[in-house]
Structures are given as structure tokens and as C-alpha cells.
Write a protein of this length. Structure first.
Lengths: 251, 305
């Protein structure tokens, strides 16, 4: 497969550059030398089976787990030794797998916490309006505890909470996980709408078909290593992908 | 009837002190799942800090001259004690608990017991083992209302506690620090993802809980007349039971638990026998652990998938 063709202005710094990243848990190497780039304004997807190291890669990017080796450049600066809350202040948000809603806080409080870095009431009010416009269901449930929402609503809340920080780069970990197909369509429509506003997105998905339809470029992770990368449209036609991830018989 | 009212008055003021201390246990537990055994010594140090502040401000000569200690100085003493305990609590977190935060759960627990013993013995060494008479930061005035003896000290204990609790509720629900504390207590990693400096939030939690314990220490000194370096042992334990009774990790629960423990102790002392006043607390503990281990206001939460 050819080198990924990032729609990149010559010399422009990508929003995210990961080089030879390794993540270890005890003696286990979960990520074995992953390199990837996401240019500003792009939607890139990282696909792979369960346990391939997708979540570990995202956690390392945002500093929730340490990088055992390799370099990460995030929004113009290295991340080594920088704690998560400082990276978040730089303009990155992770919507984690399982959504991590604050269950006994109200929907509104969850959203407010998303804007913790800014803490400016006027800006937060503006962003809240935008989030509610994107997810009208959240607007109807602002006073409800986050834990009482359905899975789909919680996913919307998690994305909305991330948007409250007005991020430059959004990392999404399995936004379709455990959701009914109709809700998945709704969530992905919102993700495309968010991307259309110029926010850079790195999307981790097990739903390969959906991920390749949404993203411009893709990386395929197998047991901690990138094995294929390229334009999403090309990967959709790649026989290896079709056989292994799209469940199609290849003739 | 008047005897019952009397016991209730005494119980509420004693319970207020337990409640103030219980808040520190419950806040730290809520955020770190750690039982901070050193908290009872933070309470003791708060009482001593108040003692030394009042002495330094010349309370003894005023007393000798028959002058009352001015109210603004009494408030100053309270603030000095709260600040001293807050600093101590944050130092304990930074030096003793943070290094073992990610160790297996037994390690921080043993660390907490160690810090508690260390501070008890430091207290004996520095303050001396003899009880000290607590200076009359507030000159006692006694009222009698229909056979019930009420002192301004008891009223003050109740009012100060009430004000501090209202303040704490506002802080927890209306400020960014409070929101950060609640977020950290639900999910540490998710709080980091919000951009919250979780180390600072944890330190703030220790600081606030410790300051409340210091207020409890001064009120305890006013109420019980004497203080000693081991005063935290039994009182702290009862406050811990109060936190468990209310539902550990639950702020209103700690308040309720404190008042209930104070009341039950006074009622048993008045109607059964003063010998059983300490035992009742632990009977309550056993009962709650058997019948409602999550505490009165605690809830068993299940994660929605």
C-alpha cells in the first residue's frame, strides 16, 4: 500500500504526529511502534480488532498511559512529561470508550465540566447552545442525572461534553459501541457535522465499514502494529480489508 | 420532658462536632477511596493551633483582667486553626499518600495508620502529655428556658457548624473547585480528560476537610474544657462511624450521621448509663454494617453499559 496521502500544506505541522509509539502494561507490549499522522482538518480512522491496541494508542496520545518509547507531537508541541490536563488545555479532547459520563451529575453539570478549561460563563453559554443544537435530546434532559440516560444519549453527552472545550483535535474511541444501528447513524451524522466545522478528528472504530465511510484516511492496527494505511476510499476496495474487516467474500 | 430536651440540646452540639470531623473522612474517601486515619490527628492539631493562637493573642491576661475575648479575635483564632490544619492535611497528602496512591489499596491504608500514630506521638512530644485547659475563646453564658439549660457555647457550636456546612454545600455545588471534586470522586481519569488538575483537586479536598476538622477541634475544646494530644483517637473514631452511618463518600450523610451519633450518645448517657456512651456508637456501627452497609444516604450505584 502506498504512503498515506495526507491533504497537507507543505511545511504545515500536522495536528497530531505519532512516531514509533510503544505502550507497555507490565511485560506486555500493547502498542509496538505505531506511527501515524493527522493533518489539521482531517478525519482519520484507526481501525482494528478488539485488543489491537487502538484504545492504548489514544490513551498514550492524551497522556493517560505513559509512552514506553516513541514520540508524540500534539498541536505543535511534544507531549512527553506533560500531564493530561495540560494537553487538554492545549486543545485536545478524548471521548473515551464507555463514554465515562459522570453518572450522578446532571447532564448540564457534565457539559459544564467539559468546559472546565475555559470556565468563562459567556463562552460556555454559547457553546452549550451549539451542543444543544447538535443534540436536541440533551437539551430536553439538562436537569436529569447523566446516569439515567440511554446508551445513545450518553454517547451524545460524551461528545457534547468534549465539544464544550471547543477542541482543535477530537479523539473518539468506539463511539458506536453498544448502540442500536439507528442511533449509530445519528451519532455519526453528528460526528460528520462536527468535522465540517473544521475540528480535526481521529476516530477509533471496530465498525470498519462505518469508519471507512466517515474518514478520509485510515490506519489498520493488528496486534499493536500498523499493517495497512491509506485513503479510506482505497481501503474500502482493498481485498485484505474486505475479507478481514468487512466480512465480504473476495473472489 | 425537659430532661429529654436537655439531652437533645447536648446531643446536637456534640453531634455537630462529630459531623464537622466526619466530613473530612467522607470527602477524602469519596475522592480517593482512602480512609484517612490521620484525620483524627488533624482535628487534634487544629484544637492546639487554636489554643496557641488564642494564647499568643493574650487571652490569659484578658481573662485575668476580667475582660472578654473580643469576637473578631475569636474568629481570627478559628481561621488560624483552620489554615494550620488545612496546611497539615495537604502536607500529609503530598508527603504520605500521593507517593502510594497507585499502590495496592492496603498500602495507603497502612500508611494512614502510620501517619496517625506518628502525629499522636509527635503531639505527645511537642504539646506534652498533660491535658490543657482550653482558653475561654467564648465566655460562657448560661440561659434557662423551661428547665432546659442552654449555653451560648452550645448555641455557637451549632451555629458555626451550620454555617460551615452551608458554605461547604455552596462550595461543592456552585464552584468550579467543587465541580472538579465531584468529577474526581466519580471517575479520576474522566476528570483528567476534562482538563482538571486532579492532584490539585485532591489537595484541595484534603485542605477543606482538614479545615473543617480544625473548626471541630476548637468547638470541642470550648465544649469539653480540656484538650490533649490523644483527644482525636476516640472522637475521630466516632466521627468515622458517623461518616459510615451516613454513607461514606456522601457529604449530607456525614452531617446526618454526626448528628445522630451525638444524639444517641447523649440519650444513652442520660437514660441508660454514662458508662455506655462510647459503646452505643460502636453498636450503631455494627448495626449499620449488618443492615445497611451503604449507610443511611448511601446508594449502591451500578454503571450503565
Amino acid at each position: 500500500m502506498s504512503e498515506p496521502a495526507a491533504p497537507r500544506v507543505a511545511g504545515a505541522e500536522p495536528a497530531l504526529r505519532v512516531a514509533s509509539l510503544e505502550v507497555r502494561y507490565g511485560g506486555i507490549r500493547a502498542v509496538k511502534g505505531v506511527s501515524l499522522e493527522v493533518a489539521a482538518g482531517e478525519i482519520v480512522t484507526l481501525i482494528g480488532a478488539n485488543g489491537a491496541g487502538k484504545t492504548s494508542t489514544l490513551k498514550a496520545i492524551i497522556g493517560l498511559v505513559p509512552a514506553a518509547a516513541g514520540e508524540i507531537h500534539l498541536l505543535g508541541a511534544p507531549t512527553r512529561g506533560v500531564p493530561t490536563h495540560r494537553l487538554v488545555a492545549r486543545g485536545v479532547q478524548l471521548v473515551p470508550e464507555g463514554r465515562a459520563i459522570f453518572g450522578n451529575l446532571t447532564v448540564l453539570e457534565n457539559l459544564q465540566l467539559g468546559g472546565y478549561v475555559s470556565r468563562d460563563p459567556r463562552r460556555l453559554a454559547e457553546r452549550l447552545e451549539r451542543v444543544v443544537a447538535l443534540f436536541p435530546r440533551l437539551g430536553e434532559r439538562l436537569k436529569q442525572e447523566g446516569g439515567t440516560l440511554s446508551g445513545g444519549e450518553q454517547q451524545m453527552l460524551a461528545i457534547g461534553r468534549a465539544l464544550m472545550a471547543d477542541p482543535k483535535l477530537l479523539l473518539l474511541d468506539e463511539p458506536s459501541l453498544g448502540l442500536a444501528p439507528k442511533i449509530v447513524q445519528e451519532v455519526f451524522a453528528a460526528i460528520r457535522a462536527v468535522a465540517a466545522t473544521g475540528i480535526t478528528i481521529l476516530l477509533v472504530e471496530q465498525n470498519t465499514r462505518l469508519a471507512l465511510e466517515t474518514a478520509q484516511r485510515a490506519y489498520v492496527l493488528v496486534t499493536g502494529e500498523i499493517v495497512i494505511s491509506g485513503a479510506a476510499a482505497e481501503l474500502r476496495e482493498d481485498p485484505r480489508i474486505r475479507a478481514a474487516y468487512l466480512g465480504e467474500a473476495v473472489h | 420532658m425537659s430532661q429529654l430536651l436537655q439531652q437533645i440540646v447536648n446531643g446536637l452540639s456534640l453531634g455537630s462536632i462529630y459531623a464537622l470531623i466526619a466530613l473530612g473522612y467522607t470527602m477524602v474517601y469519596g475522592i480517593l477511596k482512602l480512609i484517612n486515619f490521620a484525620h483524627s490527628e488533624v482535628f487534634m492539631v487544629g484544637a492546639y493551633a487554636g489554643y496557641f493562637a488564642a494564647t499568643w493573642l493574650g487571652i490569659e491576661s484578658m481573662e485575668a483582667a476580667g475582660q472578654a475575648f473580643p469576637l473578631y479575635l475569636a474568629v481570627g483564632v478559628l481561621l488560624v486553626a483552620m489554615a494550620s490544619s488545612a496546611a497539615l492535611g495537604m502536607a500529609i497528602e503530598r508527603l504520605a499518600y500521593r507517593p502510594v496512591r497507585n499502590a495496592p489499596r492496603l498500602t495507603p491504608l497502612i500508611t494512614a495508620i502510620g501517619v496517625s500514630l506518628l502525629l499522636q506521638n509527635l503531639g505527645l512530644l511537642v504539646f506534652g502529655p498533660n491535658p490543657r485547659r482550653y482558653p475561654p475563646v467564648l465566655k460562657e453564658v448560661t440561659y434557662e428556658l423551661g428547665g432546659v439549660v442552654l449555653t451560648n457555647v452550645k448555641v455557637t457550636i451549632f451555629v458555626v457548624t451550620l454555617l460551615l456546612m452551608v458554605g461547604l454545600q455552596l462550595l461543592v455545588h456552585r464552584t468550579w473547585t467543587g465541580k472538579a471534586m465531584r468529577a474526581v470522586s466519580v471517575n479520576l481519569d474522566a476528570a483528567k480528560l476534562m482538563g482538571i488538575d486532579t492532584n490539585r483537586t485532591i489537595a484541595a479536598t484534603f485542605g477543606i476537610g482538614s479545615a473543617l476538622a480544625a473548626a471541630g477541634g476548637i468547638l470541642f475544646g470550648l465544649d469539653q474544657i480540656t484538650i490533649n494530644p490523644l483527644m482525636g483517637v476516640l472522637t475521630g473514631l466516632k466521627a468515622f462511624v458517623a461518616a459510615v452511618l451516613g454513607g461514606i463518600g456522601n457529604v449530607p450523610g456525614a452531617m446526618l450521621g454526626g448528628l445522630l451519633i451525638g444524639l444517641s450518645e447523649q440519650l444513652v448517657a442520660g437514660y441508660v448509663s454514662p458508662d455506655y456512651r462510647d459503646a452505643i456508637t460502636f453498636l450503631v456501627l455494627i448495626a449499620i454494617l449488618i443492615f445497611r452497609p451503604e449507610g443511611l444516604l448511601g446508594v449502591v450505584r451500578q454503571e450503565k453499559v
